[in-house]
Design a protein around this ligand. Structure first.
Ligand SMILES: Nc1ncnc2c1ncn2[C@@H]1O[C@H](COP(=O)(O)OP(=O)(O)OP(=O)(O)O)[C@@H](O)[C@H]1O
Length: 290
């Protein structure tokens, strides 16, 4: 069986993408690429178009103009399940797991997309279904659960876990899809510093051990600058800067977009404060609900 990355990471190319909601232009001719086996971060102030871009890439929105190419193939009009078949996997800003199910069952749902035996076949050929199930379980246990250090919680219901662990389980489920490209929508939103550092390490490990292409939208600028190979900055639906983390951080267009002034140090201080504030606010909301 193949593990994440063994099918080969691939290049994502976005070319001249435009998306409007009625009269509102959310994306205006956006072009960038995510290189194989690297981490690309998509950043920008609120309302810049990051989520819209992410949804065009994962197939939830259809752009009016432009194209998304993956591994040289035009996927612009493909539905999300077709993209999953090509190796797209994503996580969501608000955790999308079955809370009453165990960690292991949630992870298996990701992997089932790739099982060869369908339900009818499984009924007719119980032997092969059972064999495949056992291979599947073994692979998940060996590769993903161990890799993400969630062995101790594998039989626990997701609802009983801390927020940081739930986010890790979501990453595990995406990895179980054997992604060639991993789309991470705010992977550390709402996390405390320790959980953020853990998640950042796991994302780096996915890249380094499996060579998966990773594209993430993230507001935590410290984390973005620490682990990204390439950063693309959107503002009002346009790319205003693109390059290595330190290049983007020092770009006056970026500081202008975030702050209305050109001081990179003030930008970092403000963004660190916002990320911390957002994390504690989200945590408080969750505790209120619980
Ligand atoms: N479904 C929608 N219908 C109408 N307008 C939308 C829709 N989704 C996004 N927009 C608008 O498109 C623009 C880009 O929004 P988008 O959510 O992509 O930005 P963002 O960079 O992800 O923002 P944030 O960081 O706040 O999540 C905004 O002006 C937003 O109000």
């Amino acid at each position: 069986m193949t593990a994440p990355g063994e099918t080969g990471a691939a290049r994502l190319e976005v070319e001249g993408l435009s998306l409007s909601f009625g009269g509102l232009k959310a994306l205006r001719g956006v072009s960038f690429s995510a290189e194989p086996g690297s981490i690309t971060a998509l950043i920008g102030p609120n309302g810049a178009g990051k989520t819209s871009m992410f949804n065009c890439i994962s197939g939830f929105y259809k752009p009016q103009q432009g194209s998304v190419r993956f591994d040289g193939r035009d996927v612009t009009r493909m539905h999300p399940p077709e993209r999953a078949g090509l190796g797209f996997a994503r996580t969501f800003q608000n955790i999308a797991l079955f809370r009453g199910m165990t960690v292991l069952d949630n992870i298996k749902l990701g992997r089932h997309a790739h099982m060869k035996t369908g339900l009818l076949q499984a009924l007719a050929y119980w032997g092969s279904a059972q064999r495949e199930e056992m291979e599947l379980r073994a692979e998940i246990e060996r590769r993903i659960i161990d890799f993400l250090e969630i062995d101790h919680i594998r039989n626990m219901p997701v609802a009983s876990l801390s927020y940081g662990l739930q986010k890790r389980v979501e990453l595990a489920r995406a990895l179980a899809m054997r992604p060639r490209i991993l789309l991470l929508d705010e992977p550390v939103a709402g996390m405390n510093r320790e959980e953020t550092e853990d998640m950042a390490r796991f994302i780096l490990d996915v890249k380094e051990e499996w060579g998966t292409t990773i594209l993430m939208v993230e507001h935590d600028m410290g984390m973005v600058m620490d682990i990204s190979d390439h950063v693309v900055v959107l503002n009002f639906g346009e790319v205003i800067a693109s390059g290595l983390p330190h290049e983007v951080q020092a770009d006056p267009h970026v500081t202008e977009a975030y702050l209305g002034s050109g001081d990179p140090a003030a930008l970092m201080a403000r963004l660190k404060g916002e990320a911390g504030g957002k994390a504690s606010a989200e945590r408080e909301t969750r505790e209120d609900v619980a």
